[in-house]
Design a protein around this ligand. Structure first.
Ligand code: AP5
Length: 216
């Protein structure tokens, strides 16, 4: 099964993609994570991307399409993937259609996570993750079971993203409404779009997504 999770920054795409990865054996393809790894590598593309991400703007379609084209053809994607953060523009969506057609791969679902802008700053400013295994948490909504210790790997160091500040979040939201929201009618026309209530608690959102996907 192949799907896209869509929604504004902080909607819960990464949180739900991880659950689907664990529960259904699908591969999460997060372009945000891929870009952060590229930035970490210190390459020229990474340096360009870093400045753009810190402004809350979108990295060029050319870079993003090439990144996904390389990744989606790797053997671990054959059992199904979850696109998290891609496509984000009409050009990216058209390029995705073209690459999937060439690969003879079908897109089964596009799931929109509907969330009001008003709560996103709260969601994003409380987010942190384990430095060792990357498991994501939230100061209020997804707490550590034991203070200072990762539930998943026992790690004791945590990190917060550089672009998770109020100013950058407002640019990221602007970019979402101007460039990514127009994809919703695009996928509606193609008959693949379903919506879930991203304002609900994390377990309820998982239940709604599972209901869309159907039995394992
Ligand atoms: P990216 O990393 O994709 O960030 P984003 O889309 O802004 O999304 P986030 O990761 O912030 O949020 P999320 O929806 O995954 O929420 P999460 O599950 O963490 O992109 C970063 C940057 O990279 C972009 O700004 C851009 O510059 C660049 N980029 C990436 N892809 C690109 C592309 N295709 N083209 C061009 N540029 C690109 O949840 C947030 C928090 O809320 C967590 O702490 C979680 O615990 C909590 N939470 C989650 N769900 C709930 C819930 N239901 N109730 C309460 N709390 C919840």
């Amino acid at each position: 099964m192949n799907l896209i999770l869509m929604g504004p920054p902080g909607a819960g795409k990464g949180t739900q993609a991880k659950r689907l990865e664990d529960g259904r054996g699908l591969i999460q393809l997060s372009t945000g994570d891929m870009l952060r790894a590229t930035v970490e590598s210190g390459s020229e593309v990474g340096q360009q991307a870093k400045a753009i991400m810190e402004r809350g703007e979108l990295v060029s379609d050319e870079i993003m399409i090439a990144m996904i084209r390389d990744r989606i053809q790797q053997p671990d994607c054959e059992n199904g993937f979850i696109l998290d953060g891609f496509p984000r523009t009409i050009a990216q969506a058209e390029a995705l259609d073209e690459m999937l057609t060439k690969m003879d791969v079908r897109l089964d679902h596009v799931i929109e996570m509907k969330v009001d802008d008003g709560i996103l700053v709260d969601r994003i400013s409380g987010r942190f993750s384990c430095t060792s295994c990357g498991t994501g948490y939230h100061d209020r909504f997804q707490k550590l079971q034991k203070e200072g210790v990762c539930d998943n790997c026992g790690g004791t160091e945590f990190t917060r993203r550089k672009d998770d500040n109020a100013e950058t979040v407002s640019s990221r939201l602007e970019a979402y409404h101007a460039q990514t929201a127009p994809l919703l009618p695009y996928y509606k026309e193609h008959g693949a779009l379903k919506s879930v209530d991203g304002m609900a608690d994390i377990d309820e959102v998982t239940r709604q997504i599972e209901a869309v996907l159907g039995a394992v």
